[in-house]
Ligand binder design. Structure first.
Ligand SMILES: C[S@@+](CC[C@H](N)C(=O)[O-])C[C@H]1O[C@@H](n2cnc3c(N)ncnc32)[C@H](O)[C@@H]1O
Length: 196
């Protein structure tokens, strides 16, 4: 079988362990280091397709709890009674419209990534639009003490964004995961202890 050019150790391991994407190892590393999930948590997964982050979260919050995933694409290999999916463009989504579906949340996580163009400034700006929207949703929907994780393509607006997030959470860390490809500009912001 012809394998794609991006295949690496994490891709093969994900296939072997039946995860829906290699990106699961980024969330696993973040969770092991920063202890994101607890049993019974309500979680919102922004940019959830194909579903490995939701899959991972479902395993951590059992036996109760739930995950709501949002993406432009339908994660059709993920079926679990505690998973709900909304097909939508988050840039045009009203956070209020999520209230019925998701209620008050313990964790908002965003692995949203724009279609990259190869033009650095364009890709960084698009990533920043997505992450700002994810942060707006988190501010409206997290319960006190809630946690917010988001992927950002590092660029000149990053420090301002970090400062904005820091004003609303007790602890904010920046983390680059081992599973992130060497050439990638992606980093993760991990915020804990939301205070409305
Ligand atoms: C890196 S993938 C997420 C992988 C996922 N965390 C997993 O582990 O399976 C990024 C996702 O962001 C989604 N996305 C990008 N822009 C979006 C938008 N405006 N609204 C909703 N989803 C979007 C893409 O469709 C893509 O599925």
């Amino acid at each position: 079988m012809k394998r794609n050019q991006w295949e690496d150790h994490y891709t093969r391991q994900a296939r072997k362990e039946r995860w829906l994407a290699r990106s699961v190892y980024k969330l696993q590393e973040i969770d092991r280091k920063f202890r994101i999930f607890a049993r019974g948590d309500h979680v919102l997964d922004l940019g959830c397709y194909p579903g490995s982050w939701s899959q991972y979260a479902l395993g951590k919050i059992r036996p109760r709890g739930m995950v709501v995933g949002i993406d432009l694409k339908v994660p059709d290999h993920l079926s679990d009674p505690r998973f709900r999916f909304l097909q939508a463009d988050i840039l045009t989504l009203e956070p209020e419209s999520l209230q019925d579906k998701a209620g008050s949340l313990n964790v908002v996580m965003s692995d949203l990534a724009p279609q990259t163009t190869g033009v650095k400034d364009v890709d960084v700006a698009r990533s920043m639009d997505l992450v700002r929207k994810a942060s707006e949703i988190a501010l409206k929907m997290l319960c006190p003490g809630g946690r917010f994780i988001c992927k950002v393509f590092e660029g000149e607006d990053f420090q301002d964004f970090r400062a904005e997030v820091s004003s609303r959470y007790k602890q904010v860390r920046v983390f680059r995961t081992g599973a992130t490809r060497k050439k990638s500009r992606e980093i993760y912001l991990i915020a804990k202890g939301f205070h409305p």
